[in-house]
Design a protein around this ligand. Sequence first.
Ligand code: PMP
Length: 381
Amino acid sequence: MAQRVRELRAAGKPVLSLLLGEPDFPVPSPLQEAAIAAIREGHAPYPPVAGLLPLREAIADYYHRTYGLPYAAPQVVVSNGSKQAIFNALLSVVEPGDEVILPSPYWVSYLPLVQLAEGKPMVVPTGPETHYKLTPEALVEVLSPRTRAVILCSPSNPTGSAYSRSELAAIAEVLQSHPQVWVISDEIYELIRYSGSHVSPAQFPQLFDRTIICNGFSKAFAMPGWRLGYLIAPRQIADAATKVQGQTTAGANIIAQKAAIAGLRSDIQTLLAPMIRDFQERRDYIYNYIRQHLPEVKPYLPEGAFYFFLDMSDFLNRKSPAGQPLRNADELADYLLDNGIAVVPGTGFGSDKHIRISYAVALSEIQAGLPRLVEALRALD
Ligand code: PMP
């Protein structure tokens, strides 16, 4: 999709791209300064495989002071992005044939990463009535003696919904009687919240010893291209993840690590407030606009991240003005792109009836582009 957007723009066509999975904000200045200072130091040694000790300490300290979790630096493994942290986690706990529960919709990479680790993805569909969150009832249904892990993502890409304390408590209670199950908790959007506050599965005593937190600096700190993420886990998993990483990529970029230390030592809330405020303004605008102009999509207000995941069922199995049948989200996304609006079809997230739109785009562009979306959808027969 991104390639087609570039081609259309090069041909002079206006396209509103709602594809982006990265903030449209610069790296906050304390992190930029720390990175520049790191370059000027002039030394570029191999970093330790699991990360610089001050960064591992800063991460453990961040989770301690923010969520009351008593982590220590040896439990932290710094990686080249949180995607690598998730893969390290899976390689550390999954044996061939082990089942890994994926509530759907899921972030696109979970399923292939489980397959690469030779696990068996067990996809559990969720619905709009729970804002696409896993219920204890659905979890009970899918758990088996072969279940090795469940992957949770809160706030979620693609849905923007987040688990509350009571929802996670109910999941923790179910997992209490399945002690072989690890919780891989993707918390990469934890700092991008508009309402409520983040809760980690690790905060439940039954799950503390079997939660693997995966997080990173690509979203809140707007540095996806600097590739930095981490996991925090019980010591044996952190050691296993370090072994895996030691033979694959070794330690992460040392410049990015020094920037991240500065980020975690800064007043994070103040640093991120302008970005969160802008995201929230865009979220509110899109939500109100869609409710008013496309009520059949029935959007819900995302609590975090920067996406809407929209159910387009009412617009499928119709025809474009050119007579083209639009049978699924891929065909609908192609049609919308022809009409100057780029969205991600839900297929990669586990639904061929949804589209994902990102609001990591200036409000003025959103305001100019949304009428095109409505116009294109209203033109369907
Ligand atoms: N998890 C989720 C839910 C994501 O949305 C992303 C990025 N799109 C990642 C993990 C990976 O992030 P990174 O590897 O850049 O840290």
